[in-house]
Design a protein around this ligand. Structure first.
Ligand SMILES: C[S@@+](CC[C@H](N)C(=O)[O-])C[C@H]1O[C@@H](n2cnc3c(N)ncnc32)[C@H](O)[C@@H]1O
Length: 272
């Protein structure tokens, strides 16, 4: 496998801004995410696989949370893997391993991990079932898989509302689907894990909001510079994008601006 599914880090007009966006997405709300991972059974000392680890910002948080664990980063994009390697290896040495490859065919020995955390990966894959099967294979019996991902029908809300956002989100979903992804993967995860053989399933919704993190940390994900590819690909008209850009700016200037977003976390255990 050579493609990163429907994820294209060059979609953003500015590469550095996209990396910065991933960093902020990994850090804001981490406390709540970490508490939920622990609630699902993540413990220090476990051997952890992080497929789709990208530039390693989530890995850094996991390494801090689990001071004696070993974490294996599995990433299909060699440039992102190299960036993670540079950031992390000096700090933690042997505790982190880097593997270039696809979650669909990891080449890793089976039955070796206590925990797999797949964050914002499944929405990009045209074969999520194949990916879950492979994660099942590499887990030890009794090991756990947690998937954190999106479902656009749960996306959230803006107050005051931004009606111009609905067509943008709709076309974003259609464009990602045309690349093989699924921005409504959240609702499929429970059945997907069950169909592959996972037991003891659990589902949680994680909310984050702009009074807890900054408004900018949310709105950067909707930076019009990140959405130009929708216009270039014929998914959105320039007029629709411009109307959204104006409405977004007006929202951000409103003294009362507030937004709340939700993500899905699903856990399953490989039977003993
Ligand atoms: C949206 S990024 C998420 C990065 C990180 N998990 C996070 O939450 O910040 C998706 C990542 O999955 C990687 N990816 C996409 N398809 C993959 C595959 N088949 N196997 C492994 N990694 C893949 C992409 O290259 C990218 O780094």
């Amino acid at each position: 496998m050579s493609t990163a599914g429907s994820y294209d880090r060059h979609s953003h007009r500015d590469d550095a801004a996209e990396i910065q966006r991933l960093a902020s997405q990994a850090r804001s709300g981490w406390g709540k995410e970490a508490r939920k991972l622990i609630w699902f059974g993540l413990r220090d000392g476990m051997s952890v696989l992080e497929p789709g680890s990208g530039p390693g910002f989530v890995t850094a948080q996991l390494l801090d949370l689990l001071p004696t664990s070993t974490i294996t980063c599995l990433e299909i994009d060699p440039a992102l893997l190299a960036q993670a390697q540079q950031e992390l290896q000096d700090k933690v040495g042997e505790r982190v391993r880097f593997v270039e490859g696809s979650v669909l065919e990891t080449g890793l020995e089976g039955n070796q991990f206590d925990f797999v955390y797949a964050r914002l990966l499944l929405q990009h894959l045209s074969d999520p079932v194949g990916a879950v099967r492979e994660m099942f294979r590499v887990l030890k019996p009794g090991g756990k898989l947690v998937i954190y991902d999106v479902d656009d029908d749960l996306f959230g809300f803006f107050d005051p509302p931004i009606p111009e956002f609905a067509p943008v989100l709709q076309r974003f979903g259609e464009a990602q689907a045309a690349r093989g992804g699924d921005r409504r993967i959240g609702r499929r995860l429970w059945r997907l894990l069950r169909s592959v053989g996972f037991d003891n399933l659990g589902l949680e919704v994680l909310a984050s909001h702009s009074d807890e993190a900054s408004l900018e940390s949310f709105m950067q994900h909707l930076d019009p510079d990140r959405l130009g590819w929708l216009v270039n690909g014929g998914w959105l008209s320039q007029a629709e994008l411009d109307a959204f850009a104006v409405a977004r700016q007006k929202f951000m200037e409103s003294a009362e601006a507030y937004t709340l977003w939700m993500m899905v976390m699903v856990c399953g255990e490989k039977p003993e």
